[in-house]
Write a protein that binds this ligand. Structure first.
Ligand SMILES: Nc1ncnc2c1ncn2[C@@H]1O[C@H](COP(=O)(O)OP(=O)(O)OP(=O)(O)O)[C@@H](O)[C@H]1O
Length: 234
């Protein structure tokens, strides 16, 4: 479970996140939507203690993430907007293995996780390929595999479909759907709910750093105009 309590994050004098209290249960699939600059990315980066709160707190399974960032990063996997920023190795297999290696797992367990994660994103047997030779869609799937290899309870994806062509989008969405069905919690940050409306049960809408809407998906769809977020029907 991810909980924020009265979370405030400021850049200089401006509050990008301005008093957010939110609980995300294990297994929930949530979209975080809102116009550009509404604070979505800043909010979710706190889930892994990548930023420090100016006020308030963030807990994962009851543990304060600032006190125990390693625990938070083990339970909450992050996939960033531009996967190229996230790769730490030159080849697919080495990159996906990086997280499990840092957990200090033994080699057979690391190999099991890497194989399982690559299979989950249709990249089985491609561990030796160079990441810089892959298409954007394949790179997005490798980034997803890297997060999956940590076997997290929650997967946070920041604009996972931006820059992907239609078939890559469908592929990534299909994999996310399968993960959600298996019980992995999803937090999908997007400025465009159209792509993920079928995937998520709940929509959290941000305006000016605050939660302006927090509803089950069908009810949220009726209120999107208020947030400047495009309606998936349009
Ligand atoms: N590193 C930073 N330094 C200063 N201001 C920042 C920084 N990162 C974000 N901001 C500002 O904080 C506010 C919230 O940004 P944030 O990226 O969290 O919003 P967002 O909803 O994710 O937007 P986008 O969809 O454009 O990524 C914006 O006004 C942004 O300009």
């Amino acid at each position: 479970m991810i909980e924020t309590e009265s979370l405030v994050h400021r850049y200089g004098d401006a509050a990008a996140v301005d008093g957010v209290s939110l609980t995300i249960d294990d297994g929930e699939a949530v979209a975080v939507v809102g116009a550009n600059g509404s604070g979505k990315t800043t909010l979710v980066r706190h889930f892994d203690a990548l930023l420090e709160p100016d006020e308030g707190s963030v807990r994962v399974d009851g543990r304060d993430v600032t006190d125990d960032p390693v625990y938070a990063r083990t339970r909450v996997g992050m996939v960033f907007q531009n996967p190229r920023d996230q790769f730490v190795a030159g080849t697919v297999g080495a990159d996906v293995a990086f997280g499990p290696e840092n957990l200090g797992l033994d080699r057979p367990e690391i190999d099991r996780r890497v194989d399982g994660a690559l299979e989950a994103v249709d990249m089985a047997g491609r561990g030796d390929e160079r990441i810089d030779r892959l298409s954007g869609g394949e790179q997005a799937r490798v980034a997803l595999a890297g997060a999956l290899a940590m076997e997290p309870d929650h997967l946070v994806l920041d604009e996972p479909l931006v820059g992907l062509d239609l078939s890559a989008r469908e592929s990534v969405l299909g994999h996310l759907d399968a993960l959600a069905a298996e019980g992995t919690g999803l937090v999908v940050v997007t400025h465009d709910l159209r792509d993920v409306a079928d995937l998520v049960d709940r929509v959290v809408g941000m305006t000016d750093g605050r939660v302006a809407l927090d509803e089950p998906t069908p009810a949220a769809l009726d209120r999107l105009d208020e947030l400047g977020v495009r309606d998936p029907q349009c």
